[in-house]
Design a protein around this ligand. Structure first.
Ligand SMILES: Nc1nc2c(ncn2[C@@H]2O[C@H](COP(=O)(O)OP(=O)(O)OP(=O)(O)O)[C@@H](O)[C@H]2O)c(=O)[nH]1
Ligand SMILES: [Mg+2]
Ligand SMILES: [Zn+2]
Length: 278
């Protein structure tokens, strides 16, 4: 049992899934104190010292997210609730850009669709090229998307990430979540840790939600890179009149032309302008 997969980390303690079952351990000196430390999703090597296991190496990462700290994802599901909290297109577009920047496949899931639907918004993201799902009614398509993947649920606090995980697991995880919350004595069942769960044919990571304000700190891009992080801009970028077009005010801008023809959604373009300004 020398290799494992980190499925949870909390204050320097890691839960690692190995062939021989789960172990809880710490990381060795440099991995504890250095700039590179294990995160959920990491493949790690374990050493045994004085009867306890220690993480003594981290395998190569195919991708890495700073917040929530995660490695080696096949996909991210951005969880957006239609009510409480209401959707914020700027936050969502920032998240899609962050995922594009990390090269992680992205789907968008609208929750609380039993209370309200935003069909226009669903259409905007489908047209931009994302897989879009709604919850709680229809989960077959989502399960098809997740099959064979390790995916993370990411979104605002209260958006419904844990609820979705519980529903997908058929209630198997629900009890556990409630139990932990009771033990911690917290009134609200808000998720505090990033934890990977093995479900039927896929792995799903539940993550702590963030407030809209916090999301501003999630990504940092150069101005040159930004247009490339809006996937629906791709066909138009090269055709712009100026090689150094910022796609903001220029007259010969193909992106702005596509916008006026309705081929690019206004909300997506507004987010792009706002992110450029920042
Ligand atoms: N009506 C309705 N309520 C939902 C739905 N999904 C979640 N909720 C409710 O929304 C609240 C928050 O859900 P959670 O699953 O805890 O949200 P979360 O995204 O895990 O929140 P954090 O852990 O804080 O990030 C709970 O009261 C849920 O019952 C849904 O599809 N429909
Ligand atoms: Mg939660
Ligand atoms: Zn342009």
């Amino acid at each position: 049992m020398n290799n494992g997969l980190v499925i949870n980390s909390n204050s320097g303690l890691y839960r690692v899934r190995t062939d021989g079952g789960e172990v809880v351990c710490r990381a060795k000196g440099l991995l504890r104190l250095g700039t590179v430390f294990p995160v959920t999703g990491d493949t790690v090597t374990l050493a045994e010292e004085g009867g306890a296991f220690l993480i003594d190496g981290i395998g190569g990462r195919k991708n890495f997210l700073v917040r929530p700290p995660l490695a080696n994802l096949d996909a991210v599901v951005l969880v957006v609730s239609t009510v409480a909290p209401a959707p914020n297109t700027f936050v969502l577009d920032k998240l899609t850009a962050i995922m594009e920047n990390c090269g992680i496949e992205t789907a968008i899931l609208f929750t609380k669709c039993d209370l309200k639907r935003f069909e226009d918004m669903e259409a905007v993201y489908r047209k931009a090229g994302f897989a879009v799902f709604t919850s709680p009614s229809e989960q077959t398509d989502l399960k098809d998307f997740l099959r064979g993947k390790t995916a993370a649920l990411i979104g605002n606090t209260g958006a419904g990430k844990t609820t979705l995980l519980n529903n997908l697991s058929g209630g198997a995880i629900a009890e556990k979540t409630a139990e932990v919350s009771r033990k911690l004595g917290r009134g609200k069942h808000t998720t505090r840790e990033t934890t990977m769960y093995q479900l039927d044919g896929y792995s799903l990571v539940d993550t702590p939600g963030f407030s809209a304000v916090e999301s501003a700190r999630y990504g940092d891009f150069s101005r040159d890179r930004l247009p490339h992080l809006f996937r629906e801009f791709a066909p138009y970028i090269e055709r712009c009149g100026y090689a150094d077009c910022r796609h903001i005010k220029e007259n010969d801008c193909e992106i702005r032309a596509a916008l006026s023809r309705g081929e690019i959604a206004e909300t997506r373009y507004e987010s792009f302008c706002q992110m450029t300004a920042e």
